[in-house]
Ligand binder design. Sequence first.
Ligand code: CTP
Length: 427
Amino acid sequence: MIARKTASTKYYESHTQLFYKFDYKNKNVVLKGKKILIGITGSIAAYKIIYLTRLLVKNGAEVQIVMTEAATKFVSPLVLSTLSKNKVLINLFDDDVWANHVALGRWADAMIIAPLSCNTLAKMAHGLCDNLLLAVYLSATCKVLFAPAMDEDMWHHPATQKNVDALIKNGNILLGVDSGELASGLTGEGRMMEPEKMLIELKKIFRKDDLKGQIVLITSGPTYELLDPVRFIANHSTGKMGTALAEAFYENGADVIFISGPSVYLPEYEDIKIIKVISADEMYEQAIAVFPQTTIAILAAAVADYTPIEKSEIKIKKNENEFTLTLKKTKDILKKLGKLKENQLVIGFALETNNEIEYANKKLKEKNADFIILNSLNSKNEPFGSDNNKVTILSNKGVEFESDLLKKSKIANLVIEKIKEKILPNA
Ligand code: CTP
């Protein structure tokens, strides 16, 4: 399914690229408490592991770093031990104490070797063991990811490619190299994968399969209702809650189709299918088209309730003292899916300023939803743009759950728990 390309879609896409930045404040819960072993070898890309370490620690992981002697020439063990909050290990013997590589290899939930030099790659492929990093690698019982970094010619050399194949055959996960400027000054393939992408690859290996087989449709973000080529009516929604839901469903094993209005927040997993739309009408069409193949639909978008009856093809000029805009109602996506649903779960959101529970219950009935997630509007909670949210989940049984003010990723997981209770009887 491909979103219609309008001039404004292109404009929005270019701006999305411009403003998209890695949002690690809105960290999710997958890596919390996970034990990650990082192996660093001698490559200029080693400095980037400072940032990877920071990202992992921010995401709640426990990090232990092992380096080769050569790696210490490129990045300071002191910086890494400070950030990882653990002594960095380099030698098999330190002050007459033997580093227990077997215990380390068994301690880890995942090991990532990055940057992986051509030399260590070859040693790993042949089972050599002449330093602590290699001993830990050979002792590791967890999944091992490796991120090569070298010059293009070395990367493409048949010997290197044979070694890479051998590592993959042994069950290790290749984090493919990027293209760009290389240490030699040449441009080509061989750059180490960026730390943000490594973080995503690490999260992927902890994906659960609780919701395997579920196909989840999520609408997210605001919609833009165009008045003319330069103006539109919109709202404050950022799409952070929808994005958190999409990522949490994916992490629980579901397939996710994400229909997003104009937003810089998009799910980070490339396996999530993203359909970008602009207006309420486009969102409606895409949702209706996708709905029959889904098992769960969560309508988290703040869809415009009204759209201008007339959209000017040219810029409206400022002529009169007053300007009257006539609007018509948009189609209600949630209501339509509530009508169309067969076995699917249909879940809506509500945001009310008064009579919250009464209005949310009304929406539940009128839109034939299975749950309504009521965003709480109080002095401590500003749902638009914030990383936090506080919600009440309602069903036809009444109030099912009231959350505290929590990270949106945590709220997403609470919603998933409620859904699991409903669709997985033994959950
Ligand atoms: N919704 C939708 N399509 C619309 C309007 C709303 O799918 N055209 C969905 C929203 O995504 C949300 C739910 O309906 O899940 C409730 O949206 P909300 O704006 O709170 O309610 P409305 O039905 O628009 O009613 P009101 O604005 O009067 O509160």
